[in-house]
Design a protein around this ligand. Structure first.
Ligand code: FE2
Length: 291
């Protein structure tokens, strides 16, 4: 039987998803697959020398913010790495590459065979269908390190702000590759907060020329109710699904343990992905589903 035809969520889980805007699924990924993905990422990093490939200069000075912007805005259809604040000092890494990188993104799921296999597991296709995606498309992938001591806070936001479709369709799938705890900066979310109208939209100023940079449109200047955030501690192998309008946040990692996570964002192919979203890919590199 094809797993895509199976329902993976029970009625109680579907009710929780509708009510809360998120769903925590412990043990979704076997620990050996988490370990294998982490080992693969380490091998990727071992092949990167930011001192010689030029990428380090992108992050070295504030004068090069344009280069930094281009490194980011051009990453939608390739695989690039980004450093933690504090990891680049005077144009040099202040620590070894594996402890300096903030994240890798944003198209590993299409370009890297190991990420492709991880991202297109049949049970994920079944989950996407259960969560309401009629024509799921894998838009973006990120491997997030949340480094010990310097892993930064991610401010309270919703993903629709950054990956806008009409109608709203984005769903985040967040995999704990290592244990995520209060100490090392686990995810927090506002239960039911997906009902709050989206407050901001981050987009290109001019979709025909990304050199003109980005802008954030403020649709509602009232803050999210951050007092309502609840922690979603997650053992390695846990999958957390996040509705695209759900406010979520994570603290800085002040502990001595990293908090690796892998996250994918799915959209519905039946929705309109706007041309002025920051993340774009060429016409010769169309979004794919789970096949
Ligand atoms: Fe997010």
């Amino acid at each position: 039987m094809d797993l895509v035809d199976l329902s993976i969520l029970g009625p109680d889980q579907l009710r929780d998803w509708e009510r809360d805007g998120f769903l925590v699924l412990p043990g979704f990924v076997p620990s050996e697959r988490c370990e294998a993905l982490k080992a693969h990422v380490n091998s990727m990093l071992a092949g990167i020398d930011p001192d010689t490939d030029g990428s380090l200069t992108v992050f070295s000075t504030t004068e090069q913010s344009h280069a930094s912007d281009e490194w980011f805005l051009g990453s939608g259809d390739t695989v690039r790495w980004f450093f933690e604040d504090g990891a680049v000092v005077d144009g040099r890494l202040s620590r070894p590459m594996p402890l300096a990188v903030n994240k890798i993104g944003h198209a590993m799921h299409d370009l890297d065979p190991t990420f492709d296999t991880f991202s297109r597991a049949p049970e994920l296709a079944a989950l996407a269908a259960d969560l309401g995606l009629a024509d799921p498309r894998l838009l973006q992938s990120m491997y997030i390190f949340k480094q010990p001591g310097i892993g930064g806070e991610v401010i309270c936001h919703c993903d629709h702000t950054f990956l806008w479709t009409e109608p709203q369709s984005v769903i985040g799938l967040w995999f704990a590759i290592e244990d995520a705890t209060l100490a090392n900066g686990c995810m927090w979310a506002v239960p039911g907060g997906h009902q709050i109208p989206v407050k901001t939209r981050f987009r290109l100023v001019d979709p025909s020329d990304r050199n003109r940079g980005t802008v954030t449109d403020v649709l509602d200047d009232t803050p999210y109710p951050v007092a309502d955030l609840v922690p979603l501690e997650a053992a390695a192998g846990t999958l957390i699904a996040l509705h695209g309008t759900l406010p979520h946040w994570s603290a800085a990692n002040t502990s001595d343990r990293s908090r690796h996570a892998y996250t994918m964002h799915l959209i519905d192919g039946t929705a309109d992905y706007l041309a002025d979203n920051w993340l774009q890919r060429g016409a010769d590199f169309p979004l794919r589903g789970f096949n």
